[in-house]
Design a protein around this ligand. Structure first.
Ligand code: DI6
Ligand code: FE
Length: 398
């Protein structure tokens, strides 16, 4: 077999097998047609049309950021500054702050503008070796504006070499000026979800299950509608309180339940039984100064896979670095550096239903690689604000 490209003389963190990080020293990866066709000791590598000498650098799977809200317009810098200057929540709201201001910004923006404003955030992630990203809607809150956000997300792979998964998050918040939550959930189920599903704009359906958003019963109605369109579900659950959202999501076979600071052991068990991934989002925990960390020890005890993501959004997590996120999951949630890297690769892929396609260095998966100017895999979660990326490969393209 002649491969298209061989990356050789590298240290591989394959993220599979019994070795820590699935390490292969003096290793090589070969690609053909964009897929990995060979992984192993460099001495046994196949011939290739092109060869790159990695000079001992570390190769990991391309990073996967499995929970972002990176498509939006405007920003919330002003309200953040107001709050730090002592303004109360009411004063911020009266000045037009909060999630409503992002909804207004998104409704006023064109699809082109949404793409243009989102690309610098996407480029920030790409610059750190991210090759797969999930993007949610949820700032449109009407059939038309949710579809506009998702169309913008769908256009991103035309602008950059990256895999994008889009999630419909109509059940994120109440639209400005409305207060009947059940009536709004009717609109999500009868108008928004069917129209985005019929246009093929969503790969999954998400929601925000919280006292300040929607109840588990309301979210369950949305999930039943998602099942009619064969769309997988996921949920923002147990972020600020325990409403049993994660267990409800698990009963609907959710890909993931995300945040989870207030998750209890029953919820953990339900997730374990359903194979639902726990997505940890330390950016929001940090930025809104939460004090209760997610139950990592219970998640480990029940073998619930843990993913790690930025939650990149203008309100609760203006975080544009998956490497810093990995560091934060170690310092704030006490993940090991190996769990943090697995969370940003293998388990992030699992949270998107892409575990057969990306997230590890294995034959048959897409050749998505991050090549780093470090030798120790733990170095990736160790440093803060330091980016050791040497090169990024998406589907075999450097
Ligand atoms: N959880 C959050 O923390 C954010 N959304 C969500 O579902 C808040 C998003 C925002 O304030 O813009
Ligand atoms: Fe979120």
């Amino acid at each position: 077999m002649q491969a298209d490209h061989l990356w050789t003389n590298a240290r591989l963190a394959t993220m599979v097998g019994s070795e820590a990080y699935g390490l292969v020293d003096k290793g090589a990866v070969a690609a053909k047609g964009g897929k990995i066709v060979w992984v192993g000791p460099a001495a046994d590598a196949p011939d290739a049309a092109e060869t790159t000498d990695c000079e001992g650098r570390l190769i990991t799977p391309g990073l996967v950021d499995c929970h972002t809200h990176l498509v939006y317009a405007g920003n919330r810098i002003g309200e953040w500054e107001m709050r730090l200057n002592g303004a109360s929540y009411e004063e911020v709201a009266r000045a037009g702050g909060g999630i409503v201001s992002t909804v207004k910004g998104v409704r006023a923006a064109s699809e082109d503008q949404l793409v243009t404003e989102s690309l610098p955030r996407l480029d920030g992630l790409i610059g750190e070796g991210v090759t797969t990203v999930e993007v949610k809607s949820g700032y449109g809150l009407s059939a038309e504006d949710e579809a506009k956000m998702l169309r913008a997300a769908r256009r991103l792979p035309g602008e950059r070499r990256i895999t994008v998964k889009a999630s419909f998050l109509g059940a994120h918040a109440m639209p400005p000026g409305e207060d009947d939550k059940d009536a709004y959930i009717d609109d999500v189920c009868q108008s928004q979800l069917p129209s985005v599903a019929q246009e093929g704009l969503a790969d999954a359906v998400d929601g925000f299950c919280e006292g300040i958003a929607f109840s588990a019963e309301q979210m369950e109605r949305v999930f039943k509608k998602a099942a009619e369109f064969d769309l997988p579900v996921k949920l923002h659950a147990e972020q600020l309180s325990n409403l049993g959202g994660a267990a409800m999501a698990a009963r609907h076979g959710a890909l993931s339940a995300d945040h989870l600071e207030y998750l209890d052991e029953d919820g953990v068990r339900a997730m374990a039984e359903a194979g639902t991934v726990a997505v940890l989002l330390p950016g929001a925990f940090y930025f809104i100064k939460e004090t209760q960390a997610p139950p990592v020890e219970l998640l480990r005890k029940h073998n619930v896979p843990m993913a790690v993501a930025t939650d990149c959004n203008p309100g609760s997590s203006p975080l544009n670095s998956l490497l810093l996120t990995m560091n934060m999951t170690c310092t704030l949630f006490e993940l090991t550096p190996e769990e943090a890297l697995a969370g940003a690769t293998r388990e992030g892929a699992r949270a998107l239903g892409l575990h057969d396609e990306v997230g590890t260095l294995e034959v048959g998966k897409w050749c998505d690689l991050a090549i780093w100017n470090v030798g120790e895999p733990a170095a990736l979660a160790y440093a803060m604000g330091f980016n050791p990326l040497h090169e990024r490969v998406w589907h075999g393209h450097v």
